[in-house]
Design a binder for this molecule. Structure first.
Ligand SMILES: *Cc1c(COP(=O)(O)O)cnc(C)c1O
Length: 422
């Protein structure tokens, strides 16, 4: 059974000050999980997690992760700016972008971030903008399908990212000619994997590639970035990943492949987003309508603007109706938001306890790719973000949007200048 990290009593206190809907994050859970990850890879001297900022771009949360030793993985100008504001710099920043605009490479270079090139042609592109830095990384795409023991995981051959094998070899040579001194290898082959096998299998592929690249090009390999993809159990019957077992699996591959090749000094990096934060965020909403037509509907005060994954991917997010945890789930509902889009449903045919208007809903695992993916469709305004701190107090870490935020992009125009926002 999935248990919220806040109680009904706590929520009742919180909503006195902060109206639903809001996202709330669990500082204690975030810190403990970050420490477990660090422990899992403590066998590797240079290990570092670069948190994927896109998953949850909130400076208060980035600061917590910074305190736990994490760097940041950025892929846009504003993510770089956010990181700069928090004093991440140089090797604290991995810039893993694709189809990159020139000004973003410029900003990354200005911050001395490690640049992870997505394509062979980006070598000349970057060289023409900022020149080639001494440390540089290339993203690898092996093509084909990526399988592990329990089946096909993903389809790299259809993915837009990365260099082919032949391009990696040519790319390294070219980069060395242009002044690169040490290299990284990056690859992201499967998303939200709920198995301890993904990282070890990926690691073995990348370690073998590293040995080959070193032998064929003479390049110094500084790090291997296993990127994101370690998932979380969104469904209550799923077994979560054991990060210690994953770290151990990567260590075995390291000792089997890299150590015998004289590459026992290669640093391992990760770029996890979901694994770092998803379970430590809830979307809290109130049931404001019930509707009986061909199906039974519960209408919440939150909508897909606050959490897009169910509408976009059909993703499952577990729901707890607060205070009714021990009641039988004998009512079947579609739980909806208010967008004029029939896919604005947090759950379809979900068995829940009988819901009453005013019930507080906790929608689980929204700490990553939750708030961040939101949009403003229907002119709906995005919710606030709160932090449940380790001492039990609650801090507002992003206010909810107001109409003036929605209209801010007309600030060049007189049409809305007399608008009253309240
Ligand atoms: C999205 C992304 C990540 C994080 O992925 P998760 O599934 O959240 O772990 C890491 N690296 C890159 C380059 C990404 O695009």
């Amino acid at each position: 059974m999935k248990k919220p990290f806040v109680t009904l009593e706590q929520l009742k206190e919180i909503i006195k000050e902060h109206k639903t809907p809001f996202h709330i994050y669990d500082e204690k859970g975030i810190r403990e999980n970050a420490r477990r990850l660090k422990e899992a890879f403590s066998w590797n001297k240079g290990f570092r997690e670069y948190f994927a900022v896109k998953a949850t771009p909130n400076p208060y949360l980035l600061k917590i992760l910074k305190e736990e030793g994490c760097g940041v993985d950025c892929s846009s100008l504003t993510e770089l700016m956010l990181s700069e504001a928090l004093d991440f710099k140089g090797e604290d920043i991995m810039f893993s972008s694709n189809a990159t605009p020139p000004e973003e490479f410029k900003k990354a270079a200005e911050l001395n971030a490690i640049i992870n090139l997505d394509d062979y042609t980006h070598i000349d592109f970057l060289n023409g903008i900022t020149g080639i830095p001494e440390t540089i990384c290339c993203r690898y795409n092996p093509g084909g399908v990526f399988t592990i023991s329990n089946g096909i995981m993903d389809n790299p051959g259809d993915a837009k990212y990365g260099f082919t094998k032949a391009q990696m070899v040519e790319g390294y040579k070219k980069l060395m000619n242009l002044g690169a001194k040490q290299f990284g290898i990056h690859s992201f082959l499967a998303s939200n994997t709920v198995t301890n096998e993904y990282y070890p299998i990926l690691a073995k592929i990348l370690f073998e590639l590293a040995v080959e690249l070193k032998e064929t090009t003479g390049a110094k390999i500084k790090f291997i970035n296993l990127s994101g993809g370690v998932g979380v159990p969104y469904k209550p019957d799923q077994q979560g990943n054991d990060i210690l077992a994953i770290g151990e699996g990567v260590r075995k591959a390291y000792e089997e492949v890299l150590v015998p090749a004289g590459m026992g000094d290669v640093e391992i990096y990760t770029e996890l987003g979901r694994f770092m934060l998803a379970p430590y965020g809830h979307l809290v909403a109130t049931a404001i309508h019930e509707k009986h037509i061909y199906k039974e509907y519960i209408g919440l005060d939150a909508c897909a603007v606050d959490l897009m994954r169910p509408a976009m991917y059909g993703s499952y997010h577990h729901i707890t109706v607060m205070g009714k945890e021990n009641e039988p789930c004998d009512h079947k509902y579609d739980v909806t938001g208010s967008l004029c889009e029939n896919n604005d449903k947090f759950a379809i045919d979900r068995m829940l306890p009988k819901v009453d208007i005013g019930d507080l809903f906790v929608i689980h695992d929204t700490g990553a790719h939750g708030y961040a993916m939101g949009y403003n469709y229907n002119g709906k305004l995005k919710s606030a973000e709160l932090l449940l701190q380790e001492d039990g107090s609650v801090q507002l870490i992003r206010r909810k949007e107001e109409p003036k935020d929605y209209f801010a992009t007309f600030d060049f125009s007189d049409i809305l200048k007399d608008m009253k926002y309240e």
